[in-house]
Design a protein around this ligand. Structure first.
Ligand SMILES: [Mn+2]
Length: 336
């Protein structure tokens, strides 16, 4: 991390400040873990709030402090007061204001100093202080460094639990290529604060409702292979969601099953969102297969090299057709 930037931030934080911490919309474990870790870190010396653009999956309710998170969508008035008074805004685990959805306008209009801490590629230049490193496994790993620089003595079990959760979630439990020896070292230091690794694993992974297990069965059953390519894709229809009492986050991780097949380098999940009249798409890949470029070029999306998202305004059948022709085109250009 840039010592000059850290030094300036440290000096700003040397007196009591009004701080808002913001994760990306529909925050995942890394985004919310990062926010809550900083929440615990700041709560005794500053006035600090976490404002999430929208609801987060109830799976993350186990994170210490999650009950303090303000949901902008349903608590606008309370949030507006905090935004009016804020002196510092941290935006965590996202690289472009748009990822904060309806809150992005509040951030850009605010007179507060904006501090970005994030590990996504190609960050937009919206922050007063930008701490961005796409080589990092997770924003949580970066928050560990940030906190260590400001005051490492303050790391306690709450902070360590939030950060460890963010790191294991974003690295697939220390398996994805972004995992470095440093990532493990940070994990090790966090565990020294009595982090309960089995409890976190249980909460993150063994949390299915029976309906969700059945939906996973349907999703796996729907997998198809793109002829002649190392690509699998599957879909979840609106009907599938209704019959399984679908809740936000229920399809989390389903797309990864495509990559469990030998020789497959890319797996894609299409989720029909009839109400919004669009198809949400998740892309996962391995090796040289860059899904972020594919997602941004063909499906209005982006993300990491191996994990990206996108959308389609076509119906499910036409989206499938478009996808097959696009991926053939893309692979021709890149790998022929
Ligand atoms: Mn992340």
């Amino acid at each position: 991390m840039d010592k000059k930037i850290l030094k300036s931030i440290k000096s700003i934080l040397s007196t009591n400040k009004k701080i808002i911490l913001i994760p990306h919309s529909s925050p995942d474990a890394d985004a919310l873990g990062s926010c809550l870790a900083l929440f615990h870190f700041f709560k005794n010396d500053h006035t600090v709030s976490v404002i999430s653009p929208n609801e987060f999956t109830e799976i993350l309710n186990f994170l210490p402090g999650s009950e303090n998170v303000i949901i902008y969508e349903s608590q606008k008035e309370k949030s507006d007061v905090l935004f009016n008074e804020a002196e510092i805004i941290f935006t965590l685990d996202f690289n472009s204001l748009g990822r904060a959805k309806n809150v992005s306008y509040k951030i850009s209009k605010s007179s507060a100093k904006v501090i970005m801490i994030d590990h996504h590629e190609n960050p937009d230049d919206y922050a007063d202080f930008m701490i961005s490193n796409s080589k990092m496994s997770s924003t949580s790993e970066m928050i560990y460094d940030f906190i260590s620089y400001i005051d490492s003595n303050k790391i306690d079990n709450n902070i360590a639990t939030c950060l460890y959760t963010g790191i294991v979630a974003d690295t697939g439990s220390f398996r994805f290529p972004s995992t470095t020896s440093r990532t493990l070292l940070v994990g090790s230091k966090l565990i020294d604060h009595d982090v309960d690794v089995t409890y976190i694993f249980e909460k993150l992974h063994n949390n299915f409702q029976f309906d969700r297990l059945k939906l996973l069965g349907t999703t796996i059953n729907n997998f198809k292979r793109v002829d002649g390519l190392p690509v699998l894709y599957t879909l979840i229809t609106d009907e599938d969601q209704k019959s399984s009492n679908f809740k936000k986050g229920d399809s989390e991780g389903f797309v990864n099953f495509g990559l469990s097949v030998e020789g497959i380098l890319c797996s894609v999940l299409f989720i029909e969102k009839k109400e919004d009249e669009l198809i949400k798409i998740s892309f996962r890949s391995k090796g040289d297969f860059k899904v972020n470029i594919f997602a941004s070029r063909y499906f209005n999306g982006g993300g990491h090299i191996h994990a990206a998202g996108g959308i389609s305004k076509l119906n499910l059948i036409d989206t499938e057709k478009k996808f097959i022709s696009d991926i053939k085109q893309y692979l021709k250009e890149y790998y022929d």
